[in-house]
Design a protein around this ligand. Sequence first.
Ligand code: SAM
Ligand code: DTB
Ligand code: SF4
Length: 340
Amino acid sequence: MNIQTPVSEQSAPQSARNASIRHDWSRVEIEALFALPFNDLIFQAQTVHREWFDPNEVQKSTLLSIKTGGCAEDCAYCSQSSKYDTGLSASKMMEVQKVIAGARRAKEAGSSRFCMGAGWREPKDRDMNAIVAMIEGVRALGMETCMTLGMLSPEQTIRLKDAGLDYYNHNVDTSEEFYPSIITTRTYQDRIDTLERVREAGINVCSGGILGLGEERSDRAGMLMTLANLTEHPQSVPINMLIPIEGTPLGDNAQIDAIEFVRTIAVARIMMPKSIVRLSAGREWMSDETQALCFLAGANSIFMGEELLTTKNPALEKDEKMFETLGLKPMPAHSCPSEV
Ligand code: SAM
Ligand code: DTB
Ligand code: SF4
């Protein structure tokens, strides 16, 4: 294939391209990808990227915390866990109209997906009417809708689907082996069960993890193995860099090496060719050069807007300037090749 050819004009038949979608990755194979010389790894990732995506398009999502803090889980990285004194005060769920107003502002600023997050172990049934109204209201604006509310029951999953939810975010966060060092109040299998429920309901899955938790490279490989060996690859794969939060057990963690971060993005791109890979939390602490390397390695989504859930994200003008410098353009809504 001519790697200069825009994706729309490529001639490789769909069946040949689909043959590259695998669900049988072994840890040894993944670790071998991680160990490639950097230039070889990036070339391979960029080549795969161009098979499925316009290399100059980056999807823009906006996050809103619709219910902050007071969470019953003990995720060692999280500002919202009630187990740690992080100085964050818990708030009530936001009013529906305020959420929709936030989505409208995000759309005006150029975002195509609105992701609503709650500091919950799982939603309560009494909250579901408001959640449904938020999904319907945001959808009516023509944006992709995403929710991240913790574990879901089968009935709650169906209600989200019926409301028209496009994506559900639920991260595996790390490898199965390292997971119990980070979270003890739920199991890895609990996470996988919710992901399966979401997929079976016909909602697009958004699942990824965090780097810099104190994990080894083999855990990063293990996390990607879990994601790529799911029945279907998650349509979105967020890769977060740990934002150390004072008061949590990981508050003093050192930042992960930037090249190792880029390598992980590249391996994710190679293993899950049709998925949107999001350069997620941590951009506020990354240089433009590191972010450019992430895009070169196949990342094609970011969170835009000055706040994530409880932490900082780059200013809109700074991101606009970076897009201009790199010649990037926003990806239109619903253009992910694996979206259901
Ligand atoms: N409570 C729900 C859950 O855990 O699924 C939804 C919200 S939770 C904050 C969403 C994700 O944000 C987590 O799974 C984790 O990957 C990411 N996250 C939370 N705190 C973070 C931090 N300090 N640094 C980087 N990523 C973080
Ligand atoms: C994801 O993978 N990252 C987002 C989103 N999914 C919900 C959350 C990042 C949170 C960063 C820490 C904070 O702002 O509290
Ligand atoms: Fe709660 Fe989610 Fe934070 Fe874990 S990551 S403590 S489940 S809000």
